[in-house]
Design a protein. Structure first.
Length: 221
């Protein structure tokens, strides 16, 4: 569905570098060796884009510049009006945002993680190529899918993890997601995502009626 959005024409790295105001701030990391997510001025990200340096943005649609970008896409049809959390009058503030702008250079990506609050997710790639590693639903602990820091004093980059632990993980699904494709992720699955190429996309977590028993635990109803 992403091929039909204005974003498919407007969200090239070069266009976004110039389109977004340099004083706006985004939750990002510019260091492949440090998990130092912090609010970063766009001018710093712009510099990384133009010089081909590492960067990774994973930010909610909160600032005014991000809200302008929201006009360039729509929620895919199967996921419209299905979020049970949107109907809660007292949605817990500490459960955090559920919609995200995702942009990163090639060789960037996430650590293995679970999505928050018992949510499912949809993820659309506007530009780029992503590698998903999705662990079986019985894998509830992250300790089996991360490197033990006691075995090496050398800092592990995202690329190193995917080339060793990620590539050799057993009983997992390996999926490649191309530009214009939308991926559905069920609730409760440990997963990691790697950008083979410079990539930009959108994603949303939502509470599905089919996961009511999981949501019940999170909300302590």
């Amino acid at each position: 569905c992403g091929d039909e959005w204005p974003a498919s024409r407007e969200w090239s790295f070069s266009n976004l570098a110039d389109r977004i105001h340099p004083d706006s701030t985004w939750k990002a990391t510019l260091d492949p060796l440090q998990n130092d997510w912090k609010m970063t001025p766009w001018r710093n990200i712009q510099k990384a884009i133009r010089s081909g340096q590492f960067f990774y943005i994973f930010d909610q649609w909160g600032n005014s510049q991000a809200k302008l970008l929201m006009k360039d896409f729509t929620v895919p049809g199967p996921f419209q009006n299905v979020d049970m959390y949107q109907w809660l009058q007292d949605y817990p503030a500490n459960y955090g945002p559920r919609k995200w702008f995702v942009m990163g250079s090639g060789n960037s990506g996430t650590d293995p993680h679970l999505d928050p609050s018992g949510t499912e997710a949809w993820n659309t790639v506007i530009q780029g190529l992503k590698w998903w590693i999705i662990y079986p639903d019985e894998e509830e602990s992250l300790e089996h899918v991360v490197c033990d820091p006691s075995c090496s004093a050398t800092d592990l980059t995202t690329r190193h993890w995917y080339a060793s632990v990620g590539a050799n993980a057993s009983h997992v699904q390996h999926l490649l997601q191309k530009s214009g494709e939308t991926l559905y992720l069920p609730a409760g699955l440990v997963h990691a995502v790697y950008n083979f190429q410079d990539s930009v996309g959108v994603t949303e977590n939502y509470a599905s009626p089919r996961d009511l028993w999981i949501l019940w635990e999170y909300l302590k109803l």
